[in-house]
Design a protein around this ligand. Structure first.
Ligand SMILES: Cc1cc2nc3c(=O)[nH]c(=O)nc-3n(C[C@H](O)[C@H](O)[C@H](O)COP(=O)(O)O)c2cc1C
Length: 222
């Protein structure tokens, strides 16, 4: 468990470029636990990042994946219409909305093979069979949750720890359901209330996330 890793602070993964192997290594040097962001990367690009992270540092790190198929009620057409209007000013057209699974299966296979110490999931729960495979490979499994119901779902598939994200995390909150009629995602808890409610719903170790900016914020969640 994270006790054995002895890290009080975990650097949040940020997909799309900000979380690099160099940042993971620097995070470890600073005494915290770093994550590579597997979201939006191909399996091959993630494999490269894992190799680079291992070449840069002997310290443990984690990899975060986005679970595909977030339950969504969102109709994207109003958003595309706004983009089209904005794009017109620059002479560009939005492409057609398309869905893909972000190479999830290939990245899971890679992580089973790569045996990274921690694998975390955002925007849903992994299948129990995938949690089993990763456990057999020696990985600790973390799932990001924002409510007691999501926490129970994550516990049911065998998560070892939960990342509890409060509304302070804003638009990047890892809810399981993206509901346009309820943009704040059903239950809306700040990180302190979320920690209390989720601690009452499961016995799993909890990692607090969302809006931890000042020392006082950190003291409060501790
Ligand atoms: C640009 C950006 C990319 C992000 N990518 C991920 C990601 O890949 N996986 C994830 O679990 N969270 C991701 N997040 C959410 C952060 O983990 C989240 O912000 C975290 O809860 C820390 O909260 P804070 O930013 O309020 O401190 C991202 C956030 C930002 C701003």
């Amino acid at each position: 468990m994270f006790d054995s890793l002895r890290v009080p602070v975990i650097a949040a993964p940020m997909a799309g470029g900000p979380s690099t192997p160099e940042l993971v290594a620097a995070t470890a040097r600073a005494g915290a636990f770093g994550f590579l962001a597997g979201g939006y990367l191909s399996a091959a690009a993630l494999a490269d990042q894992i190799s680079t992270a291992r070449a840069l540092s002997d310290d443990a790190f984690g990899v975060n994946l986005f679970v595909p198929g977030i339950r969504s009620t969102v109709d994207l057409s109003p958003y595309t219409a706004r983009l089209r209007a904005e794009g017109g000013r620059y002479g560009v057209e939005p492409g057609d909305p398309r869905w893909d699974d972000d190479g999830y299966a290939a990245k899971l296979d890679l992580l089973v093979e790569a045996r990274v110490p921690v694998v975390s999931f955002t925007f849903g729960v992994p299948l129990e069979s995938d949690v089993d495979r990763l456990h057999e490979a020696g990985s600790i499994i973390v799932v990001t949750v924002t409510s007691p119901d999501e926490a129970r779902e994550a516990a049911a598939v065998g998560a070892d720890a939960l990342c509890v994200q409060g509304f302070e995390a804003g638009g990047h909150r890892g809810v399981f359901t993206d509901d346009v009629t309820d943009p704040f995602g059903g239950e809306l808890h700040g990180v302190l209330a979320g920690l209390r409610l989720i601690a009452a719903a499961t016995d799993l170790p909890l990692i607090a996330a969302g809006g931890l900016v000042h020392g006082a914020d950190v003291a409060a969640v501790l």
